[in-house]
Design a protein around this ligand. Structure first.
Ligand SMILES: C[S@@+](CC[C@H](N)C(=O)[O-])C[C@H]1O[C@@H](n2cnc3c(N)ncnc32)[C@H](O)[C@@H]1O
Length: 262
């Protein structure tokens, strides 16, 4: 499975409204009123991290992301919020400070192989009273991913793309995450939601995955190869996600879990 690819904040931002909805649904379940220190792991362009700073203006809100482009694009958000700090760092190396009262990670841990072990360590290290809220995509078996993997494994591409893409085991089941939290002595809930995004424009699902799942492929191939791959993938996506009278419906399952350490 690949590590995190290179990111393009502008391409990622194209579906900002759709991508922000799960974050809102996740953080709505975090019940604390006045945390001291909030950490957003894999914060990306920082737009959603900034919403945490607006919700808890007295807290130090720290966003951590390994992508230089994402962290750079977050600069202006920090400039207008005194206690918002967004910086480069690797989720795998993060160790919680004693004053951390909220940890959020939205759509990031699927890029971190073995993140269950990290979660287990954090659950032990975080202080009593701390909240943890995580959302990961649960759509690795949906056509956008299976078609991508099938194409990458085809005779034309498999030599170039072997081992580049993630599979369904990139994330756990809601039950497994819930068991992990409860088994660590946390109060916890877990749930899943399939959002039916209605996307506008031509080939919008291709536009969506260009911001995320397709990135490891584009990182690996030359520009010319990438264009050829995209042309083939585009046709498959058009068939799987046909445009309707009101746009293109793109079902997207997501997995959530939220806990509080007693
Ligand atoms: C799909 S984006 C999500 C960004 C943001 N949380 C959001 O919801 O908009 C995933 C982010 O995780 C970051 N990421 C992936 N692996 C990481 C790691 N090991 N350490 C830090 N950040 C990582 C990527 O750089 C990317 O910005």
């Amino acid at each position: 499975m690949s590590a995190s690819p290179t990111w393009d904040p502008a391409v990622y931002a194209r579906f900002g409204d759709e991508r922000s909805r799960p974050f809102a649904d996740l953080t709505a379940r975090i019940g604390t009123r006045s945390p001291r220190h909030v950490v957003d792991l894999g914060c990306g362009p920082g737009t959603l991290t900034a919403s945490l700073a607006d919700r808890w203006p007295d807290a130090v809100v720290e966003g951590i992301d390994s992508s230089p482009a994402m962290v750079e694009s977050a600069g202006p958000l920090s400039a207008t919020r005194a206690l918002l700090r967004i910086h480069r760092g690797d989720i795998r190396a993060w160790v919680p400070d004693d004053d951390v009262d909220v940890v959020v990670s939205n759509a990031a841990l699927q890029w971190v192989p073995g993140h269950e072990h990290l979660l287990s360590r954090w659950l032990g290290q975080l202080a009593p009273g701390c909240w943890l809220g995580v959302q990961v995509p649960g759509n690795f078996d949906s056509p956008s991913h299976t078609l991508l993997r099938d194409l990458a494994g085809s005779a034309r591409w498999h030599r170039r793309l072997d081992g580049v893409l993630r599979h369904a085991d990139a994330v756990g089941s809601p039950e497994a995450y819930l068991d992990l939290l409860l088994g660590s002595g946390w109060q916890a809930e877990a749930w899943e939601t399939t959002y039916l995004h209605v996307l506008e424009g031509d080939d919008p699902v291709l536009g969506w995955v260009r911001g995320t799942a397709l990135r490891p492929v584009l990182d690996t191939l030359t520009d010319e190869e990438g264009a050829e791959f995209e042309a083939q993938y585009r046709l498959l996506l058009r068939e799987a996600y046909p445009a309707g009278a009101h746009g293109t419906t793109f079902p997207f399952r997501r997995i959530f879990f939220v806990g509080r350490k007693p």
